[in-house]
Design a protein around this ligand. Structure first.
Ligand code: GLY
Length: 334
């Protein structure tokens, strides 16, 4: 999902970053289509956020008040309006919100398009090759070493997602030890011959994402389970329950796919982007947690502007990586 208004709770720098990155998507999708011929299925139909209980109604009203208060596009919908827009939504729905600027993109096609772009531009992608060591001389990374190869470059970007903290990053003063942990999200995929829904649909317990080809994705758990990508029976039950709460008629569909992903969680759930402290040519682009796809274009643009033009987005300051020492200091002062 590209869902700043469903995924954030206040209008802060993180919201601003999500919102600006969302606005880059139409151009990003058009450029990828032109350069690779792959349509990433950017869908701007909007997102529904639905209430099924008293607590949900309170949450919906709180969200509506803060978003209207800061001038975001949001519409309140009564139950009949929701059922007119999406007839397969449960008759138990109480009320909801419509975020016209939120949407979705087909992430597997996005990855395919980026891969094709790399291929067409002779960018070599080396997969399943763990970086065992970074060789640092006077604050500059000179080489990244894998078991089979050594890579030299002028600039390095650390974009290892949930696995970032496993990299050995000695050689900097102060030492940089990114504390990023994996948070598992388990998902179900249903396959239908036709499209059941037009919008991405959220409840406070989960979401349904209808794809153009009829698939419906249901997500997701939020679990601190280490680097374990197992799909568990408990999670399948939980995901089925939240799916059927939104749309009971999906009980007739078979589960076509089950999988999990590891979200990279850093302190406060905020991304870590910018120059690594004590390093001259090592940048971090990690910690994107629940919004990696949404935040990809603006993260890339901010880093490219800094590296290629020395133009610094203010977000590189806001989300700058901190050394362990300065993090402890800032926690001490409050
Ligand atoms: N972006 C939704 C999730 O991480 O589950």
């Amino acid at each position: 999902m590209l869902a700043p208004q469903a995924e954030t709770d206040r209008t802060d720098d993180f919201f601003g970053f999500c919102h600006e990155s969302n606005r880059l998507y139409p151009r990003f999708a058009a450029e990828l289509l032109e350069e690779t011929g792959i349509d990433i299925e950017l869908d701007r139909t909007g997102t529904l956020y639905l209430a099924f209980s008293d607590d949900d109604v309170k949450e919906i009203n709180r969200r509506c008040v803060w978003q209207k208060g800061v001038g975001l596009k949001v519409e309140y919908l009564a139950a009949e309006e929701i059922r007119r827009a999406e007839p397969f939504v449960s008759p138990d729905v109480r009320e909801g919100l419509f975020f016209p600027d939120d949407g979705q993109v087909e992430n597997r096609k996005l990855l395919a398009a980026l891969q094709k772009f790399a291929e067409l531009n002779e960018i070599r992608v080396v997969e399943n090759a763990e970086v065992k060591n970074l060789v640092v001389e006077n604050g500059r990374v000179v080489t990244a070493e894998t078991a089979n190869e050594r890579f030299s470059a002028d600039v390095f970007i650390l974009a290892a997602g949930a696995w970032t903290s496993l990299l050995r990053l000695g050689g900097f003063d102060p030492p940089f030890r990114p504390e990023i942990k994996p948070i598992r999200g388990q998902m179900l995929g249903f396959r239908a011959a036709r499209r059941f829904f037009r919008h991405v649909i959220y409840s406070p317990r989960g979401y349904l994402v209808p794809r153009l080809d009829g698939r419906i994705l249901a997500g997701a758990t939020v679990e601190d389970a280490g680097f374990d990508k197992t799909v568990t029976p408990e999670a399948v039950d939980f995901l089925l329950a939240q799916t059927l709460e939104i749309a009971p008629s999906l009980a007739n569909l078979e589960i076509h796919e089950k999988w999990s992903g590891l979200r990279p969680f850093a302190a406060g759930g905020l991304p870590v982007i910018g120059l690594v402290p004590g390093a001259e040519n090592l940048f971090a682009a990690t910690g994107h947690y629940r919004n990696g796809i949404l935040l990809a274009p603006l993260t890339a643009e901010a880093l490219a502007d800094k590296i290629a033009k020395n133009v610094e987005s203010r977000y590189l300051q806001v989300f700058a990586p901190q050394s362990r020492e300065s993090k402890v200091r800032s926690q001490e002062v409050g």
